[in-house]
Write a protein that binds this ligand. Structure first.
Ligand code: NOJ
Length: 553
């Protein structure tokens, strides 16, 4: 059946907002954010226009990888609350029209997970085969994900005299997904959280996760993803999987399940994100244009999740070495702002020197790129990172709510906070949600407006995209067309104003271009040609409105 209702596949026109409960809002003033605090901020998020929260790991954890090292897949970290508090958040969010998805980290467990504790007790443990053991590491070792922090992906276990595999940290042993019992446990975990009301999962490290241990034949590794998706749908028909898959585009298609779908519903566009930074560094959209043009077709039910920053380092691993150097020089000139030889530890506003024109241009782009936008908490107010914190966690500082004590995040003594708050020009006295809510010209209000426009322009998530040809240097022009309508977005990456000559092809006589962020109406001749002006780092969203078009927003 043809999908005509754009609310059907909710993830294709969602506004996803990622947050870590422990850094969002502290209700009991112990210095750690919690579910009760988050519940008090659901109205803020609904007001911003968010339609789906993505909660970073909140499970019991020794916390050696900020919660991505889980010791109980069914639990809640007691510092954050309990299952009752969790359900209150889900229920309140639902009441305000918001879904919740949660991080599902099943490539590995913490080494403190009872399965691993048992597995390493003896070679005959019933959980031994939950993990990947070898007498010797393979001759050809996979490179580690964390160069400088880990030297190998194999760790020797003294007691049982074998090596176990860990693609990430040595305290994160990899689960053996070739073991049917492990697969059953994963499905049970999914079933549990779905029963508590979540609408899906952000699946961590997908390519590593589905890869069976070296030398073990499981047939097609993607069958595991298909299985999980089928299971998910049986339990909750419209539950979705958003996957972390940082591989070349041609390989990403496989994780959607090819053109037939049936695997991930959304995948982050890591390549587009990296191309964006190269474009910003050069003030030239060409790298992004190239990436957008080489994006493969995806099944109609699936889509791209666009993002500017996430909670990890800003990885530039898919650029060439020379390109990466270029971006480093412009956006991370100081060695301390780089990590793992491939990434940057800063947030966008600090990289752009706080220039409001450029920051707004980037977010305008984010919300107009074909796909589903994903925000990392604090982006909506232009938070910076804390340069005092080494490594990728520098961007995971507490949400800045006000200019009060601890930025309004907690009333605990500052020394007890889960992470130290920036004290520079991005400190809460300069950047906070409360001030920006009251200021019509603020970034927060701007992003709220973008979200409004995005939500009434479902061609962005659903439409067929096309990068338009023109000869104005520095400008990305793209259009989106679907049954609901057609729009054109223009973004000037350069610091000089430009005039763009657009050629949209033949249109019905009387067709107008309506400025979606202003009141202007530009006539478009029947040959579909017009000229549009853009300021330095300017942007426009233009709806192509044929005479008789009844859309009012
Ligand atoms: C990807 C997560 O985004 C990252 O933060 C984490 O360290 C690894 N997966 C391991 O779970």
């Amino acid at each position: 059946m043809k999908i005509t209702d754009t609310s059907d596949l909710w993830w294709k026109s969602a506004v996803i907002y990622c947050l870590d409960v422990e850094t969002y809002m502290d209700d009991n003033d112990d210095g750690v954010g919690d579910f009760a605090g988050l519940a008090r901020r659901i109205d803020y998020l609904a007001d911003l226009g968010v339609t789906c929260l993505w909660l970073m790991p909140f499970y019991p954890t020794p916390d050696r990888d900020d919660g991505y090292d889980i010791s109980d897949f069914y639990g809640i970290d007691p510092r954050l609350g309990n299952h009752g508090d969790f359900v209150e958040v889900i229920r309140t969010a639902r009441d305000r029209g918001m879904r919740v998805i949660i991080d599902l980290v099943v490539n590995h467990t913490s080494d403190k997970h009872p399965w691993f504790v048992s597995a390493r007790r003896s070679r005959t443990s019933p959980y031994r085969d939950f993990y990947v053991w070898r007498d010797e590491p393979p001759a050809q070792e996979e490179p580690t994900v964390f160069p400088g922090e880990e030297a190998s992906v194999w760790e020797y276990d003294e007691r049982t005299g074998q090596y176990f595999q860990h693609v990430f940290y040595r305290h994160q042993p990899d689960l053996n997904v070739a073991n049917p019992r492990v697969r059953d446990e994963i499905a049970k975990t999914i079933g549990f959280w779905l029963a508590l009301g979540v609408s899906g999962f952000r699946l961590d490290a997908v390519p590593f996760f589905i890869e069976p241990p070296d030398g073990v034949d499981v047939g097609d590794p993607h069958e595991l993803l298909r299985d999980l998706k089928r299971f998910l749908q049986r339990r909750v028909g419209d539950a979705a999987l958003l996957g972390e898959v940082n591989v070349p585009y041609r390989d990403q298609v496989k994780f959607f399940g090819g053109q037939r779908g049936g695997e991930l519903d959304l995948q982050f566009d890591f390549l587009g994100m990296q191309a964006l930074y190269l474009s910003l560094a050069r003030q030239d959209p060409a790298p992004l244009v190239k990436a957008l043009r080489s994006r493969p077709d995806v099944p109609p039910e699936a889509g791209w999740a666009n993002f500017v920053r996430n909670h990890d380092e800003l990885t530039l691993d898919k650029l060439t070495e020379a390109e990466r150097e270029e971006v480093f020089e412009v956006f991370a000139p100081d060695e301390a702002q780089r990590v793992y030889g491939r990434g940057i530890t800063r947030r966008l506003p600090t990289m752009l020197g706080g220039d409001p024109r450029r920051i707004r241009m980037v977010y305008s782009l984010l919300f107009s790129l074909p796909g589903t936008p994903v925000l990392f908490y604090g982006e909506e107010i232009g938070m910076g990172e804390n340069p005092e914190i080494q490594g990728r966690t520098s961007v995971r500082t507490p949400m800045q709510w006000s200019d009060g004590k601890n930025g309004g995040f907690s009333r605990a003594a500052p020394g007890r906070l889960v992470a130290p708050i920036p004290t520079d020009g991005y400190a809460p006295e300069h950047v906070n949600a409360l001030h920006q809510r009251a200021d019509e010209g603020s970034l927060l209000r701007f992003i709220q407006q973008l979200i409004k426009r995005y939500r009434t322009s479902s061609e962005i998530g659903w439409g067929t995209p096309r990068v338009l040809d023109h000869d104005a240097a520095g400008v990305l022009a793209h259009e989106l067309r679907s049954d609901v309508g057609r729009m054109v977005a223009l973004h000037n990456f350069s610091d000089v104003p430009v005039r763009v000559a657009l050629d949209l092809g033949a249109v019905e006589e009387g067709t107008m271009l309506l400025d979606l962020h202003g009141a202007e109406r530009l006539p478009l001749g029947s040959r579909g040609r017009t000229e549009v002006e853009l300021e330095a780092f300017g942007y426009r969203w233009l709806r192509v409105a044929a005479p008789g078009d009844t859309r009012i927003s």
